[in-house]
Ligand binder design. Structure first.
Ligand code: AMP
Ligand code: ZN
Length: 139
């Protein structure tokens, strides 16, 4: 995908409007137009990378401090009790916009936002096999 086909590249290039809350030389943060809660922001690198696995390491190191800075401001501004950060990576994980981005979702006591999954039982054998296969890939 080149940048003219990508919604977030078009936002970065000022070809589409957004509710921008933060900008520096590498990142912008703006409100999600279909938020899970008031103050739901997206933190987006200005350069196009599809997902975490092809994302530039140096930018990746710079990204979390930006998330922290914006999270602190959003939490104060919205008087949120807490927040989730989320990176949907791939279609099956819910990624709709193929330009890597972090969701920052303010949370309020008693809100109905649903970021949960069923806790499944797994045998020690399965846990051991999974551990071994991941460690093999990391060697
Ligand atoms: P994801 O499913 O992780 O790819 O999330 C994409 C998010 O981008 C969704 O929550 C959308 O509501 C949001 N979104 C899509 N288009 C825009 C836009 N033009 N401005 C702001 N947020 C957008
Ligand atoms: Zn893009």
């Amino acid at each position: 995908m080149n940048s003219s086909d990508c919604i977030f590249c078009r936002i970065v290039n000022n070809e589409l409007p957004c509710f921008k809350v933060y900008e520096d030389s590498d990142f912008i943060a703006f409100l999600d137009i279909r938020p899970a809660n008031r103050g739901h922001c997206l933190i987006v690198p200005k350069k196009h990378y599809e997902n975490l696995l092809d994302f530039d390491e140096e930018l990746l190191n710079k990204m979390m401090p930006v998330v922290k800075k914006v999270a602190s401001a959003v939490k104060k501004a919205t008087k949120a009790d807490a927040f989730n950060i989320l990176l949907n990576n791939g279609k099956e994980a819910g990624q709709e916009v193929n330009h890597v981005h972090i969701h920052l979702i303010p949370r309020f006591k008693g809100d109905q936002v649903n970021i949960s999954w069923g806790r499944r039982e797994m045998s020690n054998k399965e846990l051991e096999e999974t551990t071994s296969s991941i460690k093999r890939e990391l060697e």
